[in-house]
Design a protein around this ligand. Structure first.
Ligand code: GDP
Length: 263
């Protein structure tokens, strides 16, 4: 067999490695397709189309961004001359098509992280977008939580799952800043969580039942949901703002940095 360091070189050279991948997820209209187009072409001229099925694009880190796996390479290392590539996988946000997205989460192919894109201009209290987004995010987090608890090794393949909540459309004046996006989503997920468990109780299944703990997101006994509670399940959530489109051009630096730190 070939030594480990050569192994990675041989496969890199032959192009047989699966590229590290980042999954894009989130409600319809939040800007996933625009983001994908921007990251693929590196331009802000994002034309979008209605996504019917997952679309993926091969992307490169922009010049000057160093992937964390390259941090200890010598400056003379020839691999520094090529841009770090990764695969960005778009998923449809429409309710009916969500199973694609959820199938991708539970079946990671060299998955390095998940970007959950939200429209920060539709997350004010009472906005229908807030409930809808919190509902979707709740389900995604619950799948990841169950995955962490799963005894199936294959399902647990990636120990830690980093999630970036990309608070998009920051250019719009109704957009909430990242800190408020975070607290609004936490508050709304708390409501989703308690109404779901009430639903379970009403259906006659007791919460102290073995199986039901599985349906409760985050810390048992907590009244308020906090993203921090997900760390117990190796799910690390970060929220940062930006915009893909908008008058003054794209602001996506923090998201690039987040990606580069995970490759
Ligand atoms: P998807 O359904 O999540 O793929 O969302 P799209 O990428 O199709 O975007 C939905 C709409 O939001 C499109 O009209 C985009 O041009 C617009 N959009 C996306 N990102 C931004 C942004 O940062 N700011 C503004 N103002 N509009 C955006």
């Amino acid at each position: 067999s070939i030594p480990l360091f050569l192994h990675s070189f041989v496969f890199r050279a032959s192009g047989l490695t699966t590229l590290p991948s980042i999954l894009l997820i989130g409600p319809s209209g939040s800007g996933k397709t625009s983001l994908l187009t921007l990251f693929e072409r590196g331009t802000s001229a994002a034309q979008t189309h209605t996504s019917q099925a997952p679309i993926s694009a091969e992307c490169h880190l922009p010049v000057g961004t160093l992937a964390s796996s390259d941090k200890y390479r010598s400056v003379n290392d020839p691999t520094n001359l090529t841009h770090k590539k990764f695969l960005l996988i778009d998923t449809p946000g429409h309710g009916k098509l969500r199973h694609h997205a959820l199938a991708n989460i539970t079946n990671p192919q060299n998955l390095k992280g998940i970007i959950f894109v939200v429209d920060a201009a539709t997350l004010s209290a009472g906005d229908e977008g807030l409930r809808h987004t919190a509902d979707y995010l709740h389900d995604v987090l619950l799948i990841l939580q169950k995955r962490a608890e799963s005894k199936n090794k294959a399902v647990k393949a990636l120990k830690e799952i980093p999630i970036l909540i990309a608070a998009n459309k920051g250019d719009l004046f109704t957009a909430l800043p990242a800190s408020l996006v975070k607290s609004s989503l936490e508050a709304e997920i708390s409501k989703v969580r308690s109404s779901r468990s009430k639903g379970l109780l009403d259906s006659g299944i007791g919460m102290d039942d073995e199986g039901d703990r599985d349906e409760w997101l985050g810390e048992v006994g907590s009244t308020e949901f906090r993203f921090k509670q997900m760390e117990e399940f190796d799910v690390v959530v970060e929220v940062s703002g930006g915009n893909v489109a908008g008058g003054e051009g794209a602001v996506v630096g923090k998201w690039w940095t987040w990606i580069s730190e995970r490759l």
